[in-house]
Each structure stands twice: as structure tokens, then as C-alpha cells.
Design a binder for this molecule. Structure first.
Ligand code: ATP
Ligand code: MG
Length: 400
């Protein structure tokens, strides 16, 4: 293991928190970092000082893994030194020798904490002078540099680096409760689930399988979405319930006013997710709904969908443009280039853009809603996606 090269982790938003909360967040973050590295069998050791985390090991392998962990603003591959300016300057020069060319616009960014004897500006100057002796003719440009070297002098030593690899931001997974996403074969819902995970919420998914009513590609795609989401919570697993809602479709298309099909369907899926959430201590239901995207996503109809359960329904993509969602989907890996047939055969020619809870309840009373919901919840298949693989778990009466 390399002794003086490390990955430095920078953490966001924690300064907003009180000391006990900060502590709990740091604990969750280090737990997640360890899980991610252990899942990939990476050798490492980890040190934590005052809001900075240093991970020793093979930094080229460690940095890309760590940059996917929620709650991290950015990571840098750094070299540790003593906090003597001479030592830091020597290390800075090593970095500069690889990348600084004569004529380049260059800046040294120096910081110091609990160190006396020189100011940050003096430190930056000492380092720039040292580099100038070996690689002269750079242009100091603090506003718009082409190349930067960062130096941090702290009581426990010095840190030098010249690159910041952007992280995901957000909060450490596991610090913001548990929720279930209605996870479809589409583009929106996996992004919605990911955005919740990024904000620290431990997520699971419920996919409603329409059977003969749904395009043949939907089930595989929804499972693949769960599989990909699991790569964002290494070592933890992403549970997926697959509920059979074909009997509901059969009953509803036979008995109810077809104009409102998409509303009954969304309300039914929400109820199924609610039943599963209640059994698994999950506090909210997340959907990929998006204002004005389709007829069932007018403000009015979303109100009717919301009124189907008491549990909080969260819609992280409410105000996103499709293009914005697609950019995230591509980046997180859930965008499928050629998804295949995911159409729904039950969608009416002219889905209603307006409705009312009373009207929809009265239509729904023509079928045995509660029994259909219960049956879908009780018979749901239980799958676990973990570290990019997915497998079914058979639940027996004795399993925990
Ligand atoms: P997505 O919105 O995920 O791209 P979609 O466009 O096919 O999928 P919509 O008709 O926009 O689906 O449905 C709105 C939301 O309802 C979805 O974002 C998802 O949360 C949920 N949803 C739709 N179909 C299903 C399904 N078969 N199983 C589980 N949830 C679903
Ligand atoms: Mg959608």
C-alpha cells in the first residue's frame, strides 16, 4: 500500500449540521465508503480528520469508486507530506513537473489551519517560487488559471493535489429514512429513485407487472433499472417487489369508464406500493411523475392520485424537463438506448386530463379494489439487486 498517496474526500453541507448530527453523518459516510471498497476487494486504510477523510491504498482504483458515493462533493488524488513549507513545495514541484508547461496560466491555492509562522499567501508564494526555479516562465493567473496546485497545511501534516474529481453531492445514504419507488421500465422513475438515494434515502422499488396488458420488454427493463440502481448503494442491496397487476387490469377494463384508465392504474399502483411500504417500514412513496408529461400528470389528476393513500407521495422530477432527466439517466446508467416494446394496451385513445376523487372512487367501487390490492401485495415476487446483479428471493412462511 502506498504510504504517502491518498484519496482525499471533500464533504458538502455537513457544516450546516449540529455536532451530533455531523458525527452521525460522518459515520454513515465512512460506513458507505468501506462497503464500496470492500465490495470490490480493494485494500485500503482510512483516516479521518476534522471533516476531511483520507483513504490510503491505490488511489487510481479508489478515486472512481469513491466519487460515486453520496454526500461527497469531490475527491482528489493527493500526496501527504509534513506541514513544513519546504516539504510541501518539493511535492508541489513533483506535480508541476508532470503538467506545468512554460507560458501556462498557473495558480497555487494554499490554505492553512491551526498553523502559525506564515500566512496562506506566504505559503502560496513560497511554493510558486520553488516551482519557478525549476520550471520558469509560467504566468501567475489567480482568476483563470489553466493549471492549479492545491496545498493544505494542517496540524497533522500537509496535503498536495492538482485535480478535483467531481462527486455526486447530496447526503450520505442511510441518513434520511427509507422509501419505496414505483419503478417502471421507463426513464423517469429510476432517476427519481436515484435522486432520493442521493439525498440519503435508502430506496427499494415496486414494479407493477401488467402481464398481457404491458409490452413484453417492460419486466426485464424494470429489473435492469433496479440492477443499475444497486450499483449506487454498494454492499447494501436494492430490493425490488414485482407485483402482478394483470387481474386488476382485467377487472378495471371490464367494469370502469375507460376514459380514466390511467388514473385507476396509477392509484392502484400507489396502493400496492403503500401496502408493501407499510410491511417494510418505509415512510414515503416516490414516483417519476412530472408536471404535464402525460394526461395523468396534470396538477388536477396528480391530486386525485395523491388522494388514493395517506402515505406521503414524493415526486422528485415534478419540475424537470425531459432533457434534464435524460442527462441524469445517461450519467447514472439507467438510460436504455433501444428499450423495445414497453407500450401499454390499456391506455385509452383520449385519456382524461381532468377528474375528481369522487368520480374516480365511484368508478373504482365497481370492482373489488381492496381485494385486488391485497392480492397484488401478498403475491408480489421479492427480488434483491446487489452490486449490479439481481436474484429472486423466495419468501417462505419461516423466512424472516
Ligand atoms: P417513467 O415515468 O418511469 O419513465 P413511464 O413514463 O412509462 O415511466 P408514466 O406513465 O409516466 O410511466 O408513469 C408515471 C410514474 O408511475 C412513473 O414514473 C413510475 O413512478 C410509475 N409507474 C408507471 N408504470 C409503472 C409500473 N409498471 N410499475 C411501477 N411504477 C410505474
Ligand atoms: Mg413518465
Amino acid at each position: 500500500m502506498e504510504q504517502n498517496r491518498a484519496v482525499m474526500v471533500r464533504i458538502g453541507e455537513l457544516w450546516l449540521k449540529s455536532e451530533p448530527v455531523k458525527k452521525q453523518f460522518m459515520l454513515a459516510l465512512t460506513r458507505n465508503i468501506k462497503a464500496a471498497l470492500e465490495t470490490q476487494n480493494i485494500e485500503y486504510s482510512i483516516e479521518e480528520y476534522r471533516g476531511r477523510i483520507l483513504i490510503f491504498g491505490d488511489p487510481e482504483k479508489i478515486a472512481p469508486i469513491i466519487s460515486r458515493i453520496f454526500g461527497i462533493v469531490d475527491v482528489s488524488i493527493c500526496e501527504t507530506t509534513t506541514n513544513l513549507p519546504e516539504d510541501m513545495a518539493k511535492t508541489a514541484l513533483k506535480f508541476a513537473e508532470k503538467k506545468l508547461k512554460p507560458g501556462m496560466r498557473f495558480a497555487v491555492r494554499a490554505r492553512r489551519q491551526h498553523i502559525s509562522g506564515y500566512t496562506s499567501q506566504e505559503l502560496a508564494r513560497m511554493i510558486a517560487d520553488k516551482i519557478w526555479k525549476e520550471i520558469p516562465d509560467f504566468v501567475v493567473d489567480l482568476d483563470n488559471p489553466e493549471y492549479e496546485i492545491f496545498v493544505e497545511a494542517r496540524e497533522y501534516g500537509g496535503i498536495v493535489y492538482d485535480e478535483r474529481i467531481p462527486g455526486q453531492g447530496g447526503l450520505p445514504l442511510g441518513t434520511a429514512g427509507r422509501a419505496v419507488a414505483l419503478l417502471s421500465a421507463g426513464i423517469d422513475s429510476p432517476v427519481a429513485a436515484w435522486l432520493m438515494m442521493r439525498r440519503g434515502v435508502v430506496m427499494a422499488g415496486v414494479f407493477a407487472d401488467g402481464g398481457k396488458w404491458a409490452g413484453p420488454a417492460t419486466r426485464e427493463l424494470a429489473m435492469d433499472n433496479a440492477r443499475i440502481l444497486s450499483t449506487w448503494c454498494p454492499g447494501r442491496g436494492f430490493p425490488l417487489w414485482i407485483a402482478n397487476i394483470e387481474p386488476f387490469f382485467d377487472a378495471m377494463t371490464h367494469s370502469c369508464d375507460r376514459h380514466y384508465t390511467c388514473l385507476y392504474c396509477k392509484r392502484f399502483m400507489i396502493r400496492v406500493a403503500d401496502g408493501i411500504a407499510a410491511k417494510n417500514r418505509m415512510e414515503a412513496i416516490v414516483t417519476g411523475e412530472n408536471l404535464g408529461q402525460v394526461a395523468s400528470q396534470t396538477l388536477q389528476n396528480m391530486g386525485v392520485i395523491t388522494s388514493s393513500v395517506k402515505t406521503t407521495i414524493l415526486r422528485p422530477l415534478l419540475t424537470y424537463d425531459k432533457e434534464e432527466t435524460i442527462i441524469i439517466a445517461r450519467r447514472i446508467g439507467t438510460y436504455h438506448e433501444s428499450p423495445g416494446d414497453t407500450g401499454c394496451l390499456a391506455v385509452p385513445q383520449k385519456p382524461a386530463t381532468r377528474s375528481s376523487p369522487d368520480l374516480i372512487s365511484s368508478e373504482e367501487s365497481k370492482i373489488s379494489m381492496d381485494e385486488l390490492v391485497n392480492a397484488a401485495v401478498e403475491s408480489a415476487e421479492f427480488w434483491i439487486a446487489k452490486d449490479g446483479e439481481i436474484f429472486q428471493k423466495i419468501i417462505t412462511p419461516d423466512s424472516p
